[in-house]
Design a protein. Sequence first.
Length: 95
Amino acid sequence: MQGQKNLNGVNVDQLFNIMDRVKQNPDIAKFRFRARNKWTQGTHNRATTNGFYGAQGKDRSRNPMVFDLDEPPVLLGKNQGANPARTFSLPCRAA
């Protein structure tokens, strides 16, 4: 559409529209993410995420994502997956 502002691939007009809607109805901003975790052996475990509640509705638009998590040998693991702290706290890097 003509007149829409995009910054780094984000439709800025749409972003501000969503922000205005949240100001009018803060319940839109309530999100609940779900994950299941299964211990396999030692420090190895498998986490599965699928769907979430947000914007006042359930979202199941993606297939489940499965993450194998483990520790390095120095922490008694077998490197069967990423260290959990590394997986969920990866730093953002500027381009």
